[in-house]
Design a protein around this ligand. Structure first.
Ligand code: NAD
Length: 254
């Protein structure tokens, strides 16, 4: 059976994915700010180092997969925290354990969002993220809004994945992303409770072609398959698990 490492394993999609992988007999190493094998705040440089070190100690023989799932909603404040956790921590942890995943010819599955295409790649914040300048990206996002911080960081992480597919494949790592639609977790509950973004999210949920919102297992089921050896020719894909909402908004793009 395999060995996986997962950030954001305390609640929501990450907790459900962990449950499913463990049920299948895999070992799962979790990192989270709340609870887990490694308790670390991924918004900080120290926390990221602690996470990478902790995973390396526990999986010295290599990883079958890594899932940087920890994320903050568009209502989190300060806005710079969203960029730190949703983009910079994802990239830094992946880079920190790339060789461990390569050892087993394993896979990294990023958690993007169906909101990622809502902010263009040429947006200044997205460009600063992709340029790797954390201080400049954090300063920029403080002047913007929660939607741009969230969707922009998910756009950037999707772009980062696509841009690194060739290098990582050559190193023996299969990179992909899953792009969930609205999923019933503590994160979406926080957005639903927000005076401004709550009604917009509610309205969006009502427009989803296949109906409503997802439960965490509907996202984790697909993630578990993408991580499996059965899916080992899926490489460089952003898989939308969103009830058709991205196709509704961008029918000619894929
Ligand atoms: P969640 O809030 O249940 O889970 C997020 C996890 O990340 C929590 O366990 C939390 O403690 C952890 N976390 C937050 N900040 C952290 C930090 N600084 N350091 C370490 N851990 C931290 O939410 P979820 O909905 O399960 O989110 C999982 C992923 O799915 C996120 O990346 C989110 O952006 C993405 N996503 C969620 C939805 C949705 O509607 N729920 C839609 C699209 C994408």
């Amino acid at each position: 059976m395999g060995v996986y490492a997962l950030t954001g394993g305390a609640t929501g999609i990450g907790a459900e994915l962990k449950r499913q992988l463990v049920d299948q007999g895999h070992r799962v190493i979790t990192v989270d700010i709340k609870e887990g094998d490694i308790v670390a705040d991924l918004s900080t440089a120290d926390g990221r180092q602690l996470a990478v070190k902790g995973i390396r100690e526990r999986a010295a023989d290599g990883l079958d997969g890594f899932i940087p799932c920890a994320g903050l909603p568009p209502v989190a404040r300060p806005l710079s925290l969203i960029a730190s956790v949703n983009f910079f921590a994802v990239v830094e942890t992946i880079e920190g354990i790339k060789d461990l995943v390569a050892k087993k010819r394993g896979t990294v599955l990023i958690v993007a969002s169906n909101s990622a295409p809502m902010v263009p790649t040429d947006d200044r914040f997205v460009q600063l993220c992709l340029g790797g300048d954390e201080a400049a990206a954090l300063a920029e996002i403080e002047q913007r809004d929660g939607h741009t911080a969230y969707a922009g960081s998910k756009r950037a992480v999707s772009n980062w994945m696509r841009r690194n597919v060739v290098d990582y494949a050559q190193a023996g790592v299969r990179l992909n992303a899953v792009a969930p639609g609205i999923t019933r977790t503590p994160l979406s509950e926080q957005v639903m409770a927000d005076e401004e973004l709550g009604p917009a999210m509610q309205q969006f949920g009502e427009m989803v072609p296949w109906g409503g919102t997802a439960q965490p297992e509907q996202i984790a089921n697909v993630m578990r398959f993408m991580l499996s050896r059965e899916a080992d020719f899926i490489c460089g894909s952003v898989v939308f698990v969103d009830g058709g909402s991205d196709a509704m908004l961008r029918p000619d793009d894929f």
